[in-house]
Design a protein around this ligand. Structure first.
Ligand SMILES: *Cc1c(COP(=O)(O)O)cnc(C)c1O
Length: 219
């Protein structure tokens, strides 16, 4: 299948998954292009796709400025861990940040957004599996981080994001994230990847992050 055919196929699966779910929220398909070259991304752009995600600032900085010059209406989402020394480049390069997970990053982001006059919508990443090695705020520390983002940073937090542990049923994680977002009146949910985006949609995902099902297995 071509990239265009895969994108069409995934959009169909999103529609079908939404039909089985009474809420029927709008779902944005983020094409995760990490490890793939600009040529492959360009195929998706020329097929009409506009929403992309990358997990490393440096890699995105090498790939996207030229593509954005050709397609100024594209949107780029950061879905990987953000180090404070990369915040300046991230604010310049991305349109949405999914991985706010600690006060130091939140404060730095807010500061940079004022400096660059680029006020990007953000998600807070939650470590729903409480995995020690994984990024994301612990669920029981979410309220305090959101309060910091609201009152101190300040940042425009629109939703929550999670990456469930591998080799486990993701559904309980999606359910937990949806409950946390509802409790904090956050409308957006970034959850679901190639293997589980339909399950995520059935739990209310508004942004699904799909890489290998569009671009093929990463090398
Ligand atoms: C790589 C990645 C994805 C996409 O994973 P696939 O299984 O290739 O769809 C989604 N979210 C994050 C945070 C990623 O790093």
């Amino acid at each position: 299948m071509t990239i265009q055919e895969r994108l069409t196929d995934i959009q169909k699966r999103i529609t079908i998954a939404l039909h089985a779910f009474e809420e029927r929220q709008p779902v944005t398909l983020l094409a995760v292009s990490k490890t793939y070259g600009a040529e492959v991304v360009r195929q998706a752009l020329s097929a009409g796709h506009r929403n992309f995600a990358e997990n490393r600032v440096q890699e995105a900085a090498e790939k996207f400025p030229a593509l954005r010059a050709e397609y100024p209406d594209m949107q780029l989402h950061l879905i990987g861990m953000l180090q404070t020394n990369k915040v300046r480049d991230a604010v310049a390069l991305f349109d949405v940040i999914h991985t706010v997970d600690r006060t130091a990053v939140a404060a730095k982001l807010a500061n940079e957004m004022v400096k660059q006059n680029r006020h990007l919508p953000c998600f807070v990443q939650v470590n729903t599996g409480a995995e020690p090695q994984k990024a994301g705020v612990q669920p029981d520390e979410l309220a305090a981080l959101l309060e910091f983002c609201r009152a101190e940073a300040p940042l425009d937090i629109r939703g929550l994001m999670c990456i469930p542990p591998v080799h486990t049923d993701p559904a309980p994680h999606f359910k937990q994230l949806a409950e946390l977002a509802a409790a904090h009146q956050l409308p957006l949910l970034s959850m679901g990847m190639s293997g589980d985006f339909e399950t995520a949609i059935q739990h209310g995902a508004t942004h699904v992050r799909v890489g290998s099902a569009i671009f093929g297995e990463r090398g």
